[in-house]
Design a binder for this molecule. Structure first.
Ligand code: LLP
Length: 416
């Protein structure tokens, strides 16, 4: 996390002291680095420059409109999965012609909203959905660019909850039926059949699944060309992994080295959908130690953030580095579970983690929290969702203020 480094034992985000931000804005607190986001986008763009891809940032990883506006200014577009994400992208000024829409369950309302806004492409995941897009487009006397997400039955060797490209997963159309389904889709009114798409899972630590995935699509692309359905775009999805602990993921340049020749062979325009790679190590979550509880059997560091603020450890058993915001070399190490205040045993960020023993009131930074952090946060236990800050050099912008008590019951009412 290059933009989060210690300066005289104090953690900084770019040129700003995290300790001062936590004092000023309170905790739990998400902090993102603009330079980090831009740097990650640039590294993907540079690696793939030979095929000048559309980098469609996967909005599910971080959907704050302040962050999306940085993504937009860096030249990227968006991969969305809901009408809500489309709304956010439009508010952030992302051109609809850089937006691709994925997901197995798009509703008529969402399809209509996307057609009204003239998005670049729908990645459809079933014949039923293709028919729905056709029906909605015809009702609006419009035409929609569509592609099928093909399930290539390739194992991306990722977490069972986030693997998507195997035939037992709900995603995409069956590989064997792809050509037949394309031929049928080409006959539907209101559609311009123009692309093919694959997304294998997330996070993916090696390049082989991408190569295998694209290699599975090439014969389909050829077959369709022969049948008078020339495609325009090849979307190879997201999934590029990041370092959370001591993993050794590939670099974008290594992915480009093995995939660009295949992309060129396809003759199609390339779309990439990285989310985690752009946002993950561009953000941290800061929390304050409430108590250090020693039971004699176990030690617990209880912090003011809970699984509602960062659910990845509870949900997937994910590892997040936990570092002191201000290092104190005189502290000895403590082996402890780092836990939140939520009334669930799964409200645990780390089990038996060795950390420098913190004191009540000190801040801890949860690293690699920029992707699937705030976007998966909830109000469980009626907790206010955190504040989000964007740092740019010395400049700090509040891109989402901390929720207030009143926000917690907004829209609710007591019946007469
Ligand atoms: N494209 C599609 C169609 C996807 O389903 C996803 C992620 C992406 C792109 C972006 O993947 P990325 O580049 O961010 O790895 N909540 C989980 C991750 C779920 C990912 C779902 N789909 C987590 O916290 O690890």
């Amino acid at each position: 996390m290059n933009e989060f480094t210690y300066n005289s034992n104090s953690l900084y985000c770019e040129n700003v002291s995290v300790n001062e931000l936590a004092d000023k804005y309170g905790t739990p607190l998400y902090i993102y680095s603009r330079a980090a986001i831009e740097g990650q986008i640039k590294s993907v763009a540079t690696a793939f420059k030979e095929v000048s891809p559309l980098i469609a940032f996967s909005v599910k990883s971080n959907s704050n409109i302040g962050l999306l506006s940085v993504v937009k200014q860096a030249g990227a577009g968006a991969d969305i999965v809901s009408g809500g994400e489309l709304y956010r992208c439009l508010k952030a000024g992302i051109s609809p012609q850089k937006i691709v829409f994925a997901g197995v369950g798009k509703s008529d309302e969402e399809i209509a909203y996307a057609i009204d806004n003239n998005i670049k492409l729908f990645n459809a995941e079933s014949m039923e959905e293709m028919a729905a897009i056709s029906r909605v487009a015809v009702s609006k006397k419009a035409s929609a660019n569509v592609s099928f997400r093909v399930n290539p039955d390739v194992d991306a060797k990722t977490h069972e909850k986030t693997t998507t490209g195997k035939k037992e997963n709900k995603f995409g159309i069956p590989y064997e039926k792809a050509v037949e389904m394309y031929m049928a889709a080409a006959k539907l009114p209101g559609l311009i059949v123009s692309g093919i798409d694959v997304h294998l899972g997330s996070p993916i630590y090696t390049t082989e699944p991408y190569v295998a995935g694209i290699n599975r699509l090439l014969p389909i692309i050829d077959e369709l060309r022969k049948n008078g359905i020339p495609l325009k775009t090849l979307d190879i999805g997201g999934g590029i992994a990041i370092v959370y602990n001591d993993e050794k993921p590939f670099l974008p340049a290594e992915l480009a080295e093995v995939t660009v020749p295949l992309i060129k062979k396809s003759g199609l325009e390339c779309i990439l959908e990285p989310g985690r790679f752009i946002a993950g190590n561009s953000g941290i979550m800061v929390s304050k130690v409430t108590y250090v509880k020693k039971t004699g059997y176990k030690n617990f560091v209880i912090v003011d953030a809970g699984m509602n603020d960062l659910i990845r450890p509870a949900f997937y058993g994910s590892y997040h580095g936990i570092l002191p915001v201000v290092k104190n070399e005189s502290r000895s190490n403590l082996k402890a579970d780092v836990v939140g205040p939520i009334c669930e045993s799964s409200d645990c960020f780390a089990k038996d983690r060795e950390i420098a023993e913190p004191l009540h009131g000190e801040y801890l930074s949860f690293m690699s929290a920029g992707a699937y952090g705030f976007t998966m946060a909830s109000n469980y236990n009626t907790r206010r969702r955190p504040c989000e800050l964007l740092v740019h050099g010395n400049k700090v912008s509040v891109i989402r203020k901390r929720e207030e008590w009143a926000d917690l019951i907004a829209g609710e009412s007591v019946p007469e």
